[in-house]
Structure formats: C-alpha cells, structure tokens
Design a protein around this ligand. Structure first.
Ligand code: IPM
Ligand code: MN
Length: 339
C-alpha cells in the first residue's frame, strides 16, 4: 500500500448510473494499490423522493471529516417532474460546493474523438462558488404582470483572485504554458474588468505563461474549430459550466469528462465527480461508460498525493480509449488488465 492509513472517502453514488460507475472507480483505485475506507451516503433524487431529505447542516459537517468525496450522479430521470428544479442542484450540489468551499471546478479534457486531435489536452478552470450561481437576487410581485426577477453575478476580488491564481499555477506546469481568460468583457463590463485586471496582475508573477483573452461567444467557435489553441481556460461559474459541456462534446463525448471540485487551500475535503448526469435510461443495463468516473478518481488520487497510482490509472484509461460500447463490466476488465 502506498499510503499509511486508508483514505477515508465519502461515497455519494446518487441516482441512475451513478452508483454503478462509482463502484467501478473504487474498484480500479483499489486495484492500483491505494487503500480506501469508504462510507456510503444515500443522497440524491431517489432519497429525496423517498423521505424529502436533501442535505442538512449535520450531514454537511459529517462530509467535512472525510479525506475526499466521490460522487456518481444526482438527478431524476428526464421527464420526471416530481422534483422542482433547484431542489437538488442548489440544496445538494451547490450546498456542498459552497459549504465545503470547493472554489475550483477543474475539468481536464483530452482528445479522443471529435474535432480535436487525438491526445491533445486542455483544461477548464471554472470558478465554483460565485458568479450567477451565488444565489444573489430575488423576486418581487411574484405572479403578477409586474413581476421582477433578478439574479446577479457575484464576483469578489478574493474569489476571482484565488481562482485565477490556481489557473496560472496549472498553466505554468504545461509543456506549452498558456492561459486564456474567457469572459464577456465588452458587455459585462464591471465583472469583466475585475477578471481582466486580476489576470494581468497575477499573470505578472507567471512570466512563463502566455496569456490570451476570448469573449465567451467566440470561445464557443474556437472550441469547436480549433481547440488546440487552449492550454488552461479560466472563467466564471456560469461560462465554465456551459463551456465544459461543449468541451466534453468536442473531445469525444461527455462520457469521458471528469471533474474535480477542489478546495486547494485544503480546509476540508474536495469532491470528485463525472461531468455527465444520471442517465436513468441506461441505469442497470450494464451499458454505462465508467471512464469519466474512473478519471474523476484519478483526479482524487492526484489531489491526495497518490501520483503514481493516478498516472497508472490515467495511462490505462488512455490506452483503452476509443471503444466504449463494450459495456461496463468489459470496460472495467480492460482497465484493470492494463494497470
Ligand atoms: C455541472 C452541473 C451542475 C452545474 C448542476 C447540476 C448544478 O451542470 O456540474 O456542470 O451547473 O454546475
Ligand atoms: Mn454542467
């Protein structure tokens, strides 16, 4: 075993294919020689529908005591309208991101198929606790013809700076160090100006990193037509959410996309999850692609300092990439066999 004691991992399998893919990720991590002590948490749509529980402060405090959190997928089946929008998103996912101060959403992409050259890599560093996600705003005169709804974007100097600094640190480790700020500075002038100034100021400490800027609409075209131009993209919470689905799609499909919700200050555990959703339509059929969950576990191992095991698994996944129609069990065997 590489570590002294088993890492204590809270496992939130969640809904649909979530539990299946997380099981594979745990199996692969253990096969790579890292000891884990896992504690399951029954959270998500199924739990909510059963007893109305989403996530209270007590459960959040329990989660805080783990070394890491591994999450499968959370959400009801498409067309199931029993859970109002926001209940699980704000009440569970964002509550963990905000409550555990997971201020970076790190999403690496590697070309498998699509418009990007195979093997080319870039990453999105998404601010994960502010922007339009912060919950600022409200409703006045609800339901009347004079209803007013506002949803402001919160951008603090502190929040932007710690995100930008993390992105520069990541970018500086690339073979071709490059950071691109993506925003809409020509219209969102207040927030855009803050982000731009912070990128210039922090960038002065990272002389080796080439700095670029794209408007978010243009970035959508570039991601499709020439994603090779990117090294690290740094952007706000909402732009990062949208761009990372697009990035997943142009690099081979969201079935590969992994993400790390990080607390780089390490004041608590970080949370690792595939970018994809619960895919209820294929749950239990043995057809789920577990690679995004496995790659999310790789990010977890990197964060825990288990670099050797992380790169062994990452290499196994890269080796295998290209044939995801085999089914969950066969893909798992293919990965285990390559460790
Ligand atoms: C994601 C998801 C979440 C987000 C939702 C489910 C709250 O889309 O992780 O990208 O918007 O961040
Ligand atoms: Mn998303």
């Amino acid at each position: 075993m590489s570590n002294q004691r088993p890492y204590r991992v809270a496992v939130l399998g969640g809904d649909g294919i979530g539990p299946e893919v997380v099981d594979v990720a745990l199996e692969v991590v253990r096969a790579a020689g890292v000891a884990l002590e896992t504690t399951p948490f029954d959270l998500g749509a199924a739990r909510y529908l059963r007893d109305g529980f989403v996530l209270d402060d007590d459960a959040l405090e329990q989660l805080r005591r783990f070394d890491a959190i591994l999450l499968g997928a959370v959400g009801p089946a498409i067309g199931d309208t029993r859970i109002p929008g926001g209940v699980l998103e704000r009440g569970l996912l964002l509550k963990m991101r905000f409550g555990l101060d997971l201020y970076i959403n790190y999403r690496p992409f590697r070309g498998v198929a699509g418009s990007i050259a195979e093997g080319r890599e870039f990453a999105i560093v998404r601010e994960n606790t502010e922007g339009p996600y912060a919950g600022e705003g409200g409703v006045l005169r609800f339901g009347t013809p004079h209803e007013v709804a506002t949803q402001g974007s919160v951008n603090t100097r502190f929040g932007v700076e710690r995100c930008v600094r993390y992105a520069f640190e990541r970018a500086s480790r690339l073979t071709r160090p490059k950071l691109t700020l993506v925003h809409k500075t020509n219209v969102l002038t207040f927030a855009g100006d803050l982000w731009s100034r912070v990128v210039s100021e922090v960038g002065a400490e990272f002389a080796s990193v080439e700095v670029d800027y794209n408007h978010v609409d243009a970035a959508c075209i570039y991601l499709v037509e020439s994603p090779e131009r990117y090294g690290v993209i740094v952007t706000d919470n909402l732009f990062g959410d949208i761009l990372s689905d697009l990035a997943g799609s142009v690099t081979g499909g969201i079935g590969y996309a992994a993400s790390a919700n990080l607390n780089p200050a390490r004041t608590g555990p970080s949370l690792f999850e595939p970018v994809h959703g619960a895919a209820h339509d294929i749950a239990g059929t043995g057809r789920a692609n577990p690679l995004a969950a496995v790659s999310s576990a790789v990010l977890m191992l990197e964060h825990l300092g288990e670099d050797a095991a992380a790169s062994r698994i990452a290499r196994a996944v890269q080796d295998f990439e290209g044939d995801v129609t085999l089914g969950t069990a066969s893909i798992t065997q293919e990965i285990l066999g390559r460790l």
